[in-house]
Structures are given as C-alpha cells and as structure tokens.
Ligand binder design. Structure first.
Ligand SMILES: [Ca+2]
Ligand SMILES: [Ca+2]
Length: 294
C-alpha cells in the first residue's frame, strides 16, 4: 500500500481553502433541483510513480477516491509500460466494467455531456485499472498490448463517480488525463471535478452548473442582508426581512431552518466541519450561499 502523499495533504488544504471562496453553484435559484458543487483543481494534481492523488468529492474531509500510477519497462526494454489505477473508497464507485474471469474492474471514459446516473454500471473496489498501455521503447508508438478502457495519450477524459454519503447516493465526475509525454515517467492528471448535491439526480459529464444560473442573480446587498461564516456559526445581518433561511449539508440534510430573520442573528450549527449551503428567501428574490464550516 502506498502511504498518503504530501501532495495529497497540500491538495486537501487547497481544496478546503477553495471551497471558502469559489465554485460554480446554481442551487435552487431557478426552482429546479440541480445543485452542482464544482471544483477546479488549480494547479492540477498529478499522480506519478511516487505520489497518489486523493479526491474528496464532497469536501467533508473524507477521501472518496484515490488515483495512482505505476510505470515501468519490460525486461528486454522493448516497451515502456504505463499503468493508471483508481481506488473507490468506502461505499463509493466508478462507472466501469468488471471482468469475472480476472476479477478486475475497468473504469470507462464517459463522453462529455453524457449523464452519469443510475442507468450506468458502477464498480466498487479499491483496485481498478483505468489504463494499462505498452509503448515501444524506441519510437513511442503504441504496442499491441492494452488493458482497461482509457488510453494513455488520449487527452482529457471523464470518469463517472458515485458517492454514498449520509445514506444518500450522489453522482459526480472527474476530468483526468493520462499523460505519457514525459518519456517513461507517465502521470495521471486530475484537472477538475463536480458533484450533484441533489441525491439520486444524474449529472452530465463535464457540466459545472446545471441549469445555468439565470442572469442577474441579486447579490446579498440587493436582497438586504449580509452573511458570513466563522468557526461553527453563520452570522447574518438583515436590513430587510428574510422570509426563510435554510442550512443544508452537502448530503442534502437540513441542519437549520429559520423564519422571519431581521437584524443581527447568529446561527450556531453544532455540525461536523464541511461545506454547507444556506438558501435565503426574501420578498425580493432567492440566493444560495456556500460556506465552509469548521
Ligand atoms: Ca468525501
Ligand atoms: Ca484544473
């Protein structure tokens, strides 16, 4: 077993920081159910022969998937060998096939725009072969040996992901590339990923906001309030009445709900740390805020 890499720790810190400030969110504002939590990994994370990449799809501090690479060459040096693997941790799963003869799972590359939902076949398992390719050592063209469904050197590809959290099923995607341009030192690159927050609802591969946020969403001041999170609480100052304010977890669980909020108000959450959403409904319109709660 590989131990957790320093890259992973750095990535986690970066993703946690990222969730405070950014993300494309189209939650509830149109009345539709789709709510996508999108994260651009910046800079991209790379799994190589040393470092693994851990993906915490819903930013709750629990790694949900792991990606790792194992390169090599045949004994005769006739071929370079590039191997990229995925591990679906806990009860999570990846869209793919299973070979009963070898007992191996092979994730699929999902076409951009294809919906990832319960109609696809998912594989659990901590040892899944994404792509295992041989290239001629001398001229870097593909040798006639490949395993798995995703080819090295084929550019951006999407993996379909299924996450089990708080007893709910969520779907997501991750955009990866198997990059063999560095000679024998192939890297698997994790570029960005997204999670549909509404349980059981499918997500199109590559979509970052669906439905698209309507133009001209009012900002906080236009709706007459100011809101921020500190520690385990959310503080709001409302100069106009907030009809309803609903705090939900990434798993879709309502953790607090208040009515007729006006003036200064502190909402103590008493929940586990992670990303939470606050839906604010006023006479002038509705907004959804996203906060990282410690
Ligand atoms: Ca997680
Ligand atoms: Ca990126």
């Amino acid at each position: 077993m590989k131990k957790n890499s320093t890259l992973s720790d750095k990535l986690k810190k970066r993703l946690k920081a990222y969730s405070l400030t950014a993300g494309a969110l189209a939650a509830g504002v149109t009345g539709a159910d789709a709510q996508i939590l999108y994260t651009d990994v910046d800079p991209d994370a790379e799994a190589d022969g040393v470092d693994s990449v851990f993906l915490d799809l819903n930013a709750d501090g629990i790694d949900d998937f792991k990606f790792y690479v194992n390169n090599g060459a045949t004994a005769s040096n006739a071929y370079n060998v590039y191997r990229a693997f995925a591990s679906a941790r806990n009860n999570n799963a990846i869209v793919g096939t299973y070979s009963s003869s070898g007992g191996y799972s092979y994730p699929y590359a999902v076409n951009a725009g294809d919906t990832i939902n319960e109609s696809l076949t998912f594989q659990n398992g901590t040892f899944q072969t994404i792509g295992w390719d041989y290239f001629y050592y001398t001229n870097s063209s593909t040798a006639p040996f490949t395993f798995g469904n995703v080819r090295w050197g084929s550019g951006d590809q999407y993996l379909g992901l299924r996450l089990e959290v708080d007893g709910n099923t969520h779907y997501g995607w991750a955009r990866i590339e198997l990059d063999n341009t560095g000679g024998g030192a192939g890297v698997m690159i994790l570029k960005d990923y997204a999670l549909e927050l509404t349980p059981d609802l499918g997500i199109p591969a590559g979509d970052t906001a669906y439905p698209a946020p309507p133009a001209g969403i009012a900002d906080q001041s236009e709706l007459g309030y100011n809101m921020f999170a500190t520690g385990n609480e959310i503080r709001v100052n409302a100069t106009e009445t907030i009809d309803r304010m609903t705090v939900t977890s990434v798993g879709g669980k309502v953790v607090a709900q208040l009515s007729d909020v006006r003036g200064n108000k502190t909402v103590q959450l008493g929940t586990a740390s992670g990303v939470y959403f606050v839906r604010v409904e006023t006479a002038k319109g509705t907004r959804v805020e996203k906060f990282y709660i410690d």
